[in-house]
Design a binder for this molecule. Structure first.
Ligand code: ADP
Ligand code: MG
Length: 396
């Protein structure tokens, strides 16, 4: 267990400079934030600190600039969006590594907020350079990490700084992520099932291996299913199959036995287009010239029944090419089944960027126990890997 922001004496926050690593890696369109979900997610921590008189200094990365300043990846639009959301001015630190920036943090009023420019404008960020971490550490009197989505990377603003600036605690978003994901894995209400999909089995091997001993069933969809089909000797036509993972899929089937549940049928299409000719076929009827783009309605029903009987459901990866309707049908069916399961008391957790997007598209975010904000981080957490950004925080 890691020390949390809530565990710090609130009176001791008054007037202190809280350096908060947030995940403001938001989409920017025409110089403005086009989706403020990630900013919203950090507000509880920011508000808590401000209300207790802390000076709040925020750091984040945005996109993948090539280790140098690039206006296209500036956090300035985020500062403007944040001002609107807080109804308070946000001081923008054009270079958070300078003495000027440190002086600015000292000039902030109690409850004042500053946002540093993109941490990735410094090559030392991703290299976890101790000198850069020390510059960041000079911006605060305590460190709060609320950037769950970046916790799987040992960077200067996530890992390095937490070793230098104490106390180093988790923010509310981070705490929630660790609590929900951790509890689902460690003390799941049973039956515990994992729904796994997406394009590639290769990115999810560690996940399957880590989950197999913990879950009662692993329910597979997406193109991943086709690599398993091939391992079973089935024809998969033009479906996306990872030829070099067929052998591994065969091993997993051997190891997982009846725990691994595969689709009984597929919706296949001629090409990946919304108006393409489609067919619903049994899994052993996929013909050359056709590709599986979704699970079929029968599989949707089977999977919905498994979800409905489960105590805990963890979902990562869409069931089909949900970006291209009608191949979003299976994915939406899973989202609805999970919302329904939560309604009768099951714990439902969504991890993974694309799965979370599908849930948002279905308007079902509020009907899940927890939708993780961290794609890669939630994956690594579920794989049982230690997250460097979390490890570096103080122990509770
Ligand atoms: P997540 O971000 O939730 O972890 P992934 O990134 O692993 O999910 O996989 C998402 C991608 O998988 C989507 O772009 C989707 O189109 C693709 N996908 C799912 N099913 C298929 C399929 N049958 N054929 C091709 N691509 C698929
Ligand atoms: Mg993805």
């Amino acid at each position: 267990m890691k020390r949390t922001l809530a565990s710090l004496d609130p009176a001791a926050l008054d007037g202190r400079r809280a350096l908060v690593r947030v995940d403001f890696n938001t989409p920017i369109r025409d110089g403005a934030v086009s989706d403020d979900t990630r900013i919203q997610a950090a507000l509880p921590t920011i508000r808590y600190l401000r209300e207790r008189g802390a000076r709040v200094i925020l750091l984040s990365h945005l996109g993948r600039p090539k280790g140098g300043p690039d206006p296209a990846f500036s956090l300035k639009p985020v500062a403007r969006a944040l001002e609107g959301m807080l109804g308070a001015p946000v001081t923008f630190l054009a270079d958070p590594t300078t003495d000027d920036a440190v002086a600015e943090t000292r000039r902030l009023p109690r409850g004042g907020v500053a946002l540093g420019e993109n941490t990735r404008f410094h090559a030392g960020e991703e290299a976890n350079d101790p000198a850069l971490a020390a510059r960041f550490a000079a911006l605060g009197d305590l460190y709060v990490n609320d950037a769950f989505g970046s916790a799987h990377r040992a960077h200067a603003s996530t890992e390095g700084v937490a070793r230098l600036l104490k106390p180093a605690v988790s923010g509310f978003l981070m705490e929630r992520e660790l609590e929900y994901l951790g509890r689902a894995l460690d003390e799941p209400r049973r039956p515990f099932i994992a729904i796994l999909g997406g394009a590639k089995i290769s990115g999810k091997i560690d996940l399957i291996e880590a989950l197999l001993p913990k879950v009662d069933e692993i329910v597979i969809g997406g193109a991943m299913a086709c690599t398993f089909f091939r391992a079973m000797g089935l024809e998969t036509g033009n479906s996306l199959v990872e030829e070099d993972r067929v052998e591994l899929a065969r091993e997993l089937l051997g190891k997982g036995g009846r725990k691994i549940v595969l689709p009984s049928g597929a919706v296949v299409g001629r090409e990946l287009k919304s108006d393409t000719e489609t067919r619903t076929v049994h899994r052993n009827e996929i013909e050359p010239g056709w590709a599986m783009y979704d699970i079929d309605p029968m599989t949707e029903q089977d999977y919905a029944a498994l979800i409905d009987a489960a105590g805990t459901v963890v979902w990562n990866g869409p069931m089909g090419v949900f970006e291209t309707p009608p191949f979003n049908h299976g994915t939406l069916a899973i989202a609805r089944a999970m919302a329904h399961a939560m309604g009768r008391g099951a714990v439902t957790i969504v991890g993974g960027g694309d799965s979370a997007a599908a849930v948002a598209e279905a308007g079902l975010e509020d009907q899940m126990t927890h939708v993780s904000t961290g794609g890669g981080a939630s994956l690594e957490f579920l794989e049982g890997k230690p997250l460097p950004g979390v490890m570096a925080l103080d122990d509770a």
